[in-house]
Ligand binder design. Structure first.
Ligand code: NAD
Length: 292
C-alpha cells in the first residue's frame, strides 16, 4: 500500500516554486504577491489562512492578510476586492470561505477579477475548466491532480467515483478526472446526498475521491481491493484526549480501509497540504500572466 503523503509531494512542489521565485527576484523584479481576506474568527479558517501566508513566506512570495470582523458589510468587502483587483502589485486574491450569512459568497466570488482568482472559483475560470482551456483550477482538485502526478498514479481508463458535488471540490474534480489530460481519462461517476446504493457504486470504483464532509463515512466494505482512495474530508471531531480538544478526521475510515487499497491519502497530511501547493502554483501563474 502506498501512502500518498502530502508532505512529501507538497514539499517537492514548494522547492520548485522557491527556485522559480528566486530566479525572478534575482533579475530585479518583485516577487509574486498573494492577498488573503479573512472575515471573522472561525478557528479552521484562521488555521488555513495562517498556513497559506506562512507558505508564501517560505517560498519567497509576498503576502498581505486583510482581516475583517464578522459584522463587516458586504459592500465593504466588495470594495476591498475592487481595490485589490486594481492594485497592479497584487497577483492573486483569495477570500477564505465560509463567509457570514449576511454576505453573498457568490457575489464575492464574482467580484474577484478572474485573472487574480487563484482559488479558481470564479464562473469564468470554472467554465474554462469545463472546456479544457488553460485556467486557474480550483486549488483542492488541482492539488489532488498534482499529487497523482507526483506519485505517478495511473488514471487512464479507470473508473473514478467522486462523492460530493460541491463547486469547489467534487464537481471540478469530476471534470478533471474525466478530461483528456495527463492524470485524467477516467470514466467518472459523481455521487451526492441523493444517490441511492452508494456502497455498490463505490465497490465498482478503481479510484474513490471522498469529499462529503462526513467523518469516516467510507468504510472497508465500500472499497474494492486495490483501489486508490483520495480523502478530501477534514472535520474537527471533539476529542478530550487531544491537546486542542479535537482531532481532524477524514471522510474515510483510514484504519480499516487502508489495508485494502493500492494507495491512499492520510488525514491530516494528505490533500490539505496539496491544496496549498495548488494555490501557490496558481499564484505564480497569475504573476507570470500579468507580467509577460
Ligand atoms: P460541501 O458541504 O459543499 O459538499 C458536500 C457534498 O457531499 C455535497 O455535494 C453533498 O451532496 C454530498 N454529500 C453529503 N452527504 C452525502 C452522503 N451521505 N452521501 C453522498 N454524498 C453526500 O463540502 P465541500 O466544501 O465540498 O467539502 C467536503 C469536505 O472536504 C469537507 O470535510 C471539507 O472540510 C473538506 N475540504 C477539504 C479541503 C482540503 O484542502 N483538504 C478543501 C475543501 C474542502
Amino acid at each position: 500500500m502506498i501512502i500518498l503523503d502530502g508532505k512529501i509531494a507538497s514539499q517537492s512542489i514548494k522547492e520548485q516554486l522557491k527556485t522559480e521565485v528566486s530566479a525572478i527576484v534575482n533579475t530585479g523584479k518583485r516577487p509574486p504577491h498573494l492577498a488573503a481576506i479573512l472575515v471573522g474568527n472561525n478557528g479552521a479558517s484562521e488555521t488555513y489562512v495562517a498556513s497559506k501566508v506562512k507558505n508564501c513566506k517560505e517560498i519567497g512570495f509576498a503576502s498581505t492578510l486583510i482581516r475583517f470582523e464578522d459584522t463587516v458589510e458586504e459592500a465593504k468587502l466588495l470594495e476591498t476586492i475592487h481595490q485589490l483587483n486594481n492594485n497592479k502589485t497584487v497577483d492573486g486574491i483569495l477570500v477564505q470561505l465560509p463567509l457570514p450569512k449576511h454576505i453573498s459568497e457568490q457575489k464575492v466570488i464574482e467580484a474577484i477579477n478572474p485573472k487574480k482568482d487563484v482559488d479558481g472559483f470564479h464562473p469564468v475560470n470554472v467554465g474554462k475548466l469545463v472546456q479544457g482551456l488553460q485556467t486557474f483550477i480550483s486549488a483542492t482538485p488541482y492539488g489532488i491532480m498534482l499529487m497523482l502526478e507526483h506519485f505517478n498514479i495511473e488514471t487512464k481508463g479507470k473508473h473514478a467515483v467522486v462523492i460530493g458535488r460541491s463547486n469547489i471540490v467534487g464537481r471540478p474534480m469530476s471534470i478533471l478526472l474525466s478530461s483528456n489530460i495527463k492524470k485524467g481519462n477516467c470514466t467518472v461517476t459523481i455521487c451526492h446526498s441523493h444517490t441511492p446504493n452508494l456502497s455498490e457504486i463505490c465497490l465498482q470504483a478503481d479510484i474513490i475521491v471522498a469529499a462529503l464532509g462526513k467523518p469516516e463515512f467510507v468504510k472497508a466494505n465500500m472499497v474494492k481491493q486495490g483501489a486508490i482512495v483520495i480523502d478530501v474530508g477534514i472535520t474537527r471531531v471533539a476529542d478530550a484526549t487531544a491537546k486542542k480538544g479535537f482531532k481532524l478526521k477524514g471522510d474515510v475510515a483510514y484504519a480499516e480501509v487502508s489495508p485494502k487499497t493500492f494507495a491512499i491519502t492520510p488525514v491530516p497530511g494528505g490533500v490539505g497540504l496539496m491544496t496549498t501547493a495548488g494555490l501557490l502554483k496558481n499564484t505564480l501563474q497569475a504573476y507570470l500572466n500579468n507580467n509577460d
